[in-house]
Write a protein that binds this ligand. Sequence first.
Ligand code: ADP
Ligand code: MG
Length: 475
Amino acid sequence: MSRTAESVWNNCLAFIEDNITSQAFKTWFEPIKAVKLTDNALSIQVPSKFFYEWLEEHYVKILKVALTKELGATAKLVYIIRMENTYGNKQPFTEKIPSANRSNLTSQEVDVPLKNKSPELKNPFVIPGIRNVKIESQLNPNYNFESFLEGESNRLARSAGLAVANKPGGTSFNPLLIFGGVGLGKTHLGHAIGVDIKDKYPEKTVLYISAEKFTQQYIESVKKNNRNDFIHFYQIIDVLIVDDIQLLSGKAGTQDVFFHIFNHLHQNGKQVILTSDKAPVDMIDIEQRLLSRFKWGLSAELNHPDYDTRVAIIKNKLYRDGVEMPDDIIEFLANNIKTNIRELEGAIISLIAHSSFNKKEITIELARKIVDNYVKHTKREVSIDYIQKVVSDYFQMDVDTLQSKTRKRHIVQARQLAMFFAKKFTKASLASIGSQIGQRDHATVLHACKTVDNLSSTDKQFRKYVEDLSKKLTL
Ligand code: ADP
Ligand code: MG
């Protein structure tokens, strides 16, 4: 039976797999391809120079044992490095390490530790070339857990963040991936975790970096020919927080380098925290091997904050700024800016600014003007969904309750009001309104409209409901 490179390598793999952790095996051995077998030399292809160095540094012994078992005492291993394409060169090219190089596995060389690597550690943040510089965490102390209000929308992400902060690298939330839309608190939460860790474990090296800056640093390191220093720098971090990881999409070189850094940190029990504006399944142009690693830990979503959380966030902001604002204005803001906390904060700030410049009281008219500036681009259309949302918010129930079959009086009234406003503010037919508000028929809608008309002329409290809701819906 003739032996092929592949069969020899597969036997080696079987042996190695039994002797190292499955994580290490996946990371460092699965990507290797056996390409050639001549005499006693097996050639294997590895994805990058870094990969080769890593194998030499950490796995040379086990490689030697495995290969010697297969090919005898004169066994040799030749690495073929598939260079990444970072120089604008479209074609990947290969480079063969000459056989005189230390990467050839011979019996004498194996036991000699290869220590002449990574001479100087370069920190892309500070003066290059100085060892043991304290690494600045780049954290914003104001973005902490205390100022990150809890709500249904962020409960999972927030508590996972707290768990990670209590035991960095020691939970199964590694990496912790926080994802969600713009302005929902990803950056804030990422910082909060870092700030908390710094507090609890001052000796740990924590680093916050945006994926954008990471990319720039990487490109710089390639230009300056010190890519390895760049990698080594990141490999000594205990807690790495990378913000907006989706920005790595389409950047193969940066993804490759990040892949190696990630593996190193993960394997050494270091904590990685990532944020992204989309879930891993929706990320485009990110290599599969990287995506699969993003999914190793926990992906926690930040959702749109519910009404109560929005009110709490506004009140908290006002409190911190030492400003008072009438409740109805707070409600108005919370009702009208729903999908972006940054916009919500922006509206509060400009409201305060306007009123203090013009020495005017903060009024609902002023609030309306300002909110228009923030939400104009999404021009609120009055849809039946929107009506149901406003009505259920108003009565502090959720839309499901409003639509439910219950006969509880206040729920029935809320449902009838929603139908009434749907008739009043949309062009939908009675039948269509009925089907959208809890699967009712057109007669039920007609009855609802009459009931609302009647009650508004006889019941003062009810009339107030109608007026309030009309105002909210026509703002
Ligand atoms: P993202 O990174 O998701 O775009 P940010 O983290 O920059 O969002 O958050 C936008 C703004 O909203 C920040 O000023 C942040 O402090 C604030 N914010 C977000 N979530 C909360 C929260 N749960 N409690 C208080 N403020 C929040
Ligand atoms: Mg952000």
